[in-house]
Design a protein around this ligand. Structure first.
Ligand SMILES: [Zn+2]
Length: 317
């Protein structure tokens, strides 16, 4: 996969999104919920007096779905990256991914970029479409300095998880077009605002060729004004394949009015360097996992001292 494939900058016609679609496969929870609804309907037809039980079963299934959507790291509603793919069993790739949400921000993002340069680190920026439109030169700088721009919805609406299929499609597709046009690359990953979602999201992501990504750990740096506390949350148990979440937009400020992310990010970058962990982007991690799998395949066919092939790259997206 070529992560930097240039794209036509004009807005494509409606109905032909830039990403390639994949097939939606319902999770066991979704299948179970459909079965509960069908069973409740059948029971009502056969035995109308059992309606309290049927209604209770349907309500319980909805409560479980809602809980799954309120838990950002759950995979109950669909595939969800909470860590980098595990295609590194030979190469011992010591990689983590720093992801930075809610930008670009005219004050914070350029300083974040300078900091990343200083540590030769690459990061993934989950940008808001309408904010990116306001600061196109910053989006361009993110990409030209070796980082990735991914989809964090067009407006970052606080009621995003309450939208139906059409509303979700509009929000995500608009950001997909905006960010593709501004960055020259097609976003491959989507992160929901505040990580909250509902069962309609995954089919939309499949249609748009996007993979949901959450995180291993987050610093709550939009609410916490202490950089050391934010960094401690992110670094507690730091290990290869971790995905860390920080914010350049909506960043909390410390007592001096400085965006907390700046000091927290420096602490994280220093700790990663000391632990010999390389900071990569989510999309580069796919390429690295594919390379490793290809190496494994060669090794497997080369002789008796073979390796187990854990995952095919097609399964990574
Ligand atoms: Zn956000």
């Amino acid at each position: 996969m070529n992560a930097k494939t240039p794209l036509p900058l004009a807005r494509p016609p409606a109905g032909s999104p830039p990403g390639s679609a994949r097939r939606w496969r319902p999770t066991p929870l979704i299948t179970g919920t459909i079965a509960v609804h069908a069973g409740a309907a059948a029971a009502l037809i056969a035995q109308p007096a059992c309606w309290p039980y049927a209604a209770g079963a349907v309500a319980a299934s909805h409560a479980v779905l809602t809980a799954a959507g309120l838990w950002p790291r759950s995979a109950w509603l669909g595939p969800n990256w909470t860590s980098l793919p595990d295609g590194d069993c030979i190469g011992e790739r010591r990689e983590i991914a720093i992801t930075i949400d809610d930008g670009p921000d005219p004050d914070v993002t350029p300083r974040v970029l300078d900091l990343l340069d200083r540590y030769e680190a690459h990061a993934t920026f989950f940008c808001i479409g309408e904010t990116a439109r306001r600061y196109p030169s910053i989006v361009e700088a993110i990409v030209t300095r070796g980082h990735a721009v991914e989809n964090h919805s067009q407006h970052h609406r606080h009621y995003f998880s309450l939208l139906g299929p059409r509303g979700l499609q509009r929000e995500i597709e608009a950001a997909q077009y905006t960010l593709t046009e501004l960055s020259g690359t097609v976003p491959l990953f989507f992160r929901a605002p505040a990580g909250l979602r509902n069962p309609f999201l995954e089919p939309v992501l499949c249609r748009l060729g996007l993979q949901l990504a959450s995180w291993t750990r987050r610093g709550f740096d939009t609410r916490t004004s202490s950089a050391s506390v934010v960094a401690k949350r992110l670094l507690d148990g730091l290990a290869p394949r971790d995905i860390l979440l920080l914010h350049d937009g909506h960043a909390a400020r410390d007592m001096q009015g400085r965006a907390v992310v700046l000091e927290a990010l420096e602490l994280v970058l220093r700790a990663a360097r000391d632990a010999q962990l390389r900071c990569t982007t989510l999309r580069d991690a796919i390429a690295h996992a594919s390379e490793t799998t290809a190496t494994q395949t060669v090794a497997k066919t080369a002789g008796p001292h073979s390796y187990e092939v854990h995952r095919h790259p097609d399964q990574l997206l």
